[in-house]
Write a protein that binds this ligand. Structure first.
Ligand code: GAL
Length: 318
């Protein structure tokens, strides 16, 4: 069990650095990728807080509780100040998927300048889930600004990139090409004017479900949820799915990923009930590297998703 509110430690006893992350289920293991923020938090003159870019960490587990640190699999590039991954830049919300057709592991992440004016998506690839990842380029899906983002792979292997656009007012859903490296141009706009961030998508019971947040930076707000019969919509917005103490502020946290355990095989599935786990970040903006994690099983009740509070993450209940 991993207690909520406490630091979660890796198998070396060090706090896990995988913020804004996501989990790839591959073979008999889980790979948790996220932002490494193990550096000093700096104030940016009244416009928020940051940690200089260190890179994307990866941790491996077979039981979702004991996580082995595989290191920084996409590191910062300190010797080129024009590079998207220079320490002065921003790299957030990395998500990794496996492309069965090419055999490669593809990472998309939000890359930005300190003031968030670049608003683009970065793409990196690796031959193995434990990396190293090779950074390819950044782009703007549909030519628009792109900040909080995630990836979703449908049953047919088609990949979709989902991001906040139009100054975060709208959610853009872009179908990716067969290599998962570029948008095809086939896209849909969802939730115009609803200012959603921290989007996460999962398919369950033949329908598409989205978990998201409002836009209040590192501070928590009421979670959002939505359902659709097609990934491209139309999406029907539902209520805040959280239930329990401080559900109105998402248990002091913000969504980052919906982990689908239904496809987990081997040892991984022995420990998990085969459901969906909602992963959240409990940001600590005074010390971002000390931000904590909240992982809760999702209950699907007819036409809504519900996420009841629990004091700890227990994979046996997931
Ligand atoms: C949040 C966003 C985070 C990070 C933060 C910076 O709204 O979800 O990923 O960008 O703002 O203030």
């Amino acid at each position: 069990m991993l207690p909520h509110g406490q630091p979660w430690l890796d198998t070396d006893g060090r706090p896990i650095q995988a913020h804004g992350g996501g989990v790839l289920v591959h073979g008999e293991a889980f790979y948790w990728y996220g932002e490494n923020k193990a550096g000093p938090t700096r104030s940016r003159g009244g416009v928020g807080q940051r940690v200089d870019l260190i890179g994307v960490s990866c941790y491996r587990s077979t039981d979702l509780v004991r996580w082995e640190n595989l290191g920084v699999v996409l590191p910062a590039v300190p010797d080129d100040e024009t590079h998207d991954l220079h320490p002065s830049k921003v790299a957030e919300r990395p998500k990794v998927v496996h492309n069965a057709r090419t055999g490669r592991f593809v990472m998309w992440l939000h890359v930005d300048r300190e003031g968030y004016g670049k608003a683009a998506a970065g793409v990196a690839v690796a031959d193995r889930p434990e990396g190293p990842f090779r950074y390819l380029y950044s782009l703007r899906p549909g030519g628009g600004d792109c900040r909080d983002q995630t990836l979703f792979i449908d049953d047919d292997g088609a990949a979709y990139h989902v991001c906040s656009t139009h100054g975060n007012a709208t959610t853009r859903i872009s179908r990716l090409d067969d290599e998962y490296l570029r948008p095809t141009g086939q896209e849909a706009m969802a939730f115009p004017g609803r200012y959603m961030e921290a989007q996460a998508v999962v398919k369950h019971g033949g329908r598409y479900w989205m978990l998201a947040s409002g836009c209040t930076g590192w501070d928590p707000n009421p979670a959002r949820s939505a359902v659709a019969d097609s990934i491209m919509g139309p999406w029907a917005e539902l209520d805040n799915p959280c239930r329990g103490p401080d559900a109105a502020i998402t248990f002091h946290a913000q969504s980052t990923f919906l982990l689908d355990l239904s496809g987990a095989s081997g040892r991984a599935s022995d420990r998990a009930a085969g459901g969906v786990v909602a992963m959240f970040d409990r940001w600590n903006r005074k010390d971002l590297g000390d931000s904590r994690y909240v992982w809760l099983p999702v209950e699907f009740r007819r036409d809504r998703m519900v996420i009841p509070w629990r004091d700890a993450f227990d994979p046996a209940l997931a």
